[in-house]
Write a protein that binds this ligand. Structure first.
Ligand SMILES: [Zn+2]
Length: 273
């Protein structure tokens, strides 16, 4: 939830650009991998930045969100290039009355035909979270960070307790940033209803979830960059874990007692240790 004065369209596009650039810097969005969506629950006038308009069917009906806006990356676009020309890479959806359709506003410079094919998962997560918390703002990011994704190929990390107790032991701030740990979803077809449903469920308990053998999805109702930071924190943890595996597991990591002491000192309610 964010309070007025609300960010302008250009501010949101700039933050999407900065998040996209950072995800690219940490190798979490090779080629055109990854996508970002931002929900803004206050009235916006997109036509000055996005003069073209067409009507599209939404992947699911979201009647309560009529009049709200989403900024969504285009299919095949590169996250690292959003910052150079945001309107070429992002479209703005305004949900119509009834919530079954939306007006898609785009620029004359747009470099995509359709919005990201993962938009069904993005919209389902937004809708679920908005209904649960009443937030007026939310960012959802899908990225493909290599260390997290690699670990998701190793069977023992499929167990969420094992995964989190191993990944969240390398730096004090990891438990502070991810107090509910990282969710894990076994491999599902990209863009499928099964992946969408599992993601909605897991993102109720976690702020970031691994899509096994594929990547991650994270959310934040505070800022665009908070959602990309979560990808970075989880990926850094996975990188430490990978380092430890490659050096014959010489590292001890923070002990559960040390982590619990950190949580007590910083008032963190965690569910991992
Ligand atoms: Zn992907």
């Amino acid at each position: 939830m964010i309070l007025a004065p609300y960010p302008e369209i250009d501010d949101l596009l700039m933050l999407m650009g900065e998040a996209g650039r950072r995800l690219s810097e940490i190798d979490a969005s090779e080629g055109s991998a990854g996508n970002i969506s931002v929900y803004a629950g206050w009235p916006l006038e997109p036509r000055s930045r996005f003069p073209l308009m067409e009507q599209i069917e939404l992947p699911q009906a979201v009647p309560e969100l009529a009049g709200s806006s989403f900024f969504v990356t285009g299919s095949g676009r590169r996250l690292r290039e959003i910052i150079e020309e945001p309107t070429a890479n992002v479209g703005c959806l305004v949900v119509e009355e009834g919530g079954r359709s939306a007006r898609l506003y785009t620029s004359y410079h747009r470099l995509f035909q359709h919005l990201t094919s993962e938009f069904n998962s993005h919209l389902a997560v937004h809708y679920d979270q908005i209904k649960l918390s009443g937030t007026n703002f939310q960012t959802v990011i899908h990225a493909q960070p290599p260390y997290l994704t690699y670990l998701s190929h190793i069977r023992r990390y499929e167990d969420e307790k094992y995964l989190n107790q191993h990944l969240l032991r390398w730096q004090p701030e990891t438990i502070v940033q991810l107090p509910e740990g990282i969710g894990f979803i076994s491999f599902k077809l990209p863009g499928s209803p099964a992946l969408m449903e599992a993601t909605v469920q897991k993102l109720r308990q976690h702020r970031i979830v691994i899509w096994a053998k594929h990547g991650v999805m994270s959310r934040s109702d505070v800022s665009v960059k908070r959602a990309s930071d979560r990808v970075e924190y989880a990926e850094t943890a996975a990188r430490y874990e990978y380092l430890n595996l490659t050096t014959g597991e010489q590292g001890q990591g923070l002990t559960p007692e040390e982590i619990c002491a950190i949580c007590e000192a910083f008032g963190v309610e965690q569910t991992v240790f």
